[in-house]
Design a protein around this ligand. Structure first.
Ligand code: FES
Ligand SMILES: [Fe+2]
Length: 383
């Protein structure tokens, strides 16, 4: 005789034998096993979820941060709102629905949520009914600045006392021009930060575009790690990069170069010639999954009379250079996925990588102990 087994289907989350009513058919608690919940304190920061112009009062905008699906739109007051992109009813994606009157309607059965996430209409309960019970889809704190919409995935009570999101250098400042580039990358945030702060790769990945391979120049730098940042200052005044001499540094002023990392996901690279010319590349890395990211790169530059021509030429140039990084990061990530885990070997140039990793690993572990001790050191390497 074949024994009957329990059905695979999990039981309804409602209470036992009570008659099934709307009130007893509420959702079970959401599982807390996604990246947002398993990344230590890394969720307690502002992350870019969208460009301001992508978020409107006419249509929903879908975004994913730390594996959390979000839908963004504007309420009647024009403020950006970010809700969990998952209808409470049968879990359809709200981002496939409609935005109207500062609310979003689910495309499946029409449940409607206002900008606070409160469900205000359930069509199956009748046109005049107030919803039988209070239902609310999760809403995430947002901040809008510098043309970006940022979300907070940590404890919402902590958002109001958290430092404001990183301010983009050069944006809106006298003499500066800027533009934003969005790029999807394979790679986790730590590996991407390291790539954006890594000098030795430029002679290979960007050979001929950024630096030339085989020039064998010695570089010295100071590396400083603080509680939440890594600051690298290079001493290579005769260094030159791609286009600098020909177009943008006609005076031949010595170049200064600093690279900075700010926890948990921002890099800032400054190249300046004298005090009046130069450019700053700021990368905000939004983790989509554990090894996929959307990078918001802000290129701000100050080239005096060359500003208009730089605005015309730089986007194509920077797109080529960034795409070269996309390919090398896909290369590295494929191997990390295939073989699992990091087994890196280091050189003196990799002191920078290890300083970045130490801060991110500490946060990833939930900050169980005091942060890594600050240090400052001088390194030398060839590139
Ligand atoms: S799944 Fe959204 S209303 Fe039914
Ligand atoms: Fe690069």
């Amino acid at each position: 005789m074949i024994a009957r087994t329990a059905p695979d289907r999990p039981p309804l989350s409602c209470a036992s034998d009570a008659p099934l009513t709307g009130a007893t058919l509420e959702h079970a608690p959401e599982p807390r096993d996604g990246m947002r919940w398993t990344s230590g304190t890394l969720n307690a920061h502002w992350y870019v979820a969208a460009l301001s112009r992508q978020v409107t009062g006419q249509r929903p905008f879908a975004s994913t941060v730390m594996e959390e699906p979000l839908v963004l739109f504007r309420g009647t007051d024009g403020r950006a709102t970010a809700l969990r992109d998952r209808c409470l009813h049968r879990n359809a994606q709200l981002s496939e629905g409609d935005v109207f009157d500062g609310c979003i309607g689910c495309p499946y059965h029409g449940w409607t949520y206002d900008a606070t996430g409160a469900c205000i209409t359930v069509p199956s309960e009748g046109p005049d009914a107030t919803p039988a019970i209070a239902r609310r889809v999760e809403r995430f704190p947002t901040v809008e600045q510098d043309g970006l919409v940022w979300v907070w995935l940590g404890d919402p009570d902590d958002a109001s006392s958290a430092p404001e999101p990183f301010r983009l250098p050069g944006v809106g400042q006298d003499g500066w021009r800027s533009y934003m580039m969005l790029t999807e990358f394979d790679g986790d945030v730590t590996d991407l930060v390291e790539n954006f702060m890594d000098v030795p790769h430029t002679a290979f990945v960007h050979a001929g575009w950024f630096r030339k391979a085989g020039m064998a120049k010695r570089a010295e730098a100071t590396v400083e790690r603080t509680k939440g940042a890594v600051h690298v200052e290079y001493f290579q005044p005769d260094d030159s990069i791609g286009f600098s001499r020909r177009l943008l540094n006609p005076d031949g002023a010595p170049m200064t170069h600093t690279d900075r990392f700010f926890m948990p996901n921002v890099t800032r690279v400054d190249y300046m010639w004298g005090s009046r010319r130069g450019f700053v590349i700021t990368s905000q890395i939004t983790p989509v999954t554990r090894d996929r990211a959307l990078v918001y790169t802000c290129i701000a530059f100050r080239f005096g009379a060359f500003n208009p021509v730089a605005r015309l030429l730089l986007p194509a140039y920077t797109r080529i250079v960034i795409n070269q990084d996309v390919r090398i990061m896909a290369n590295q990530t494929a191997n990390l996925r295939r073989h699992g885990g990091r087994r890196f070997h280091g050189t003196e140039a990799d002191v920078i990588h290890r300083a970045i990793e130490s801060l991110r690993d500490h946060a990833l572990a939930g900050e169980p102990a005091p942060p890594p001790e600050p240090f400052s050191t001088r390194i030398a390497f060839w590139m």
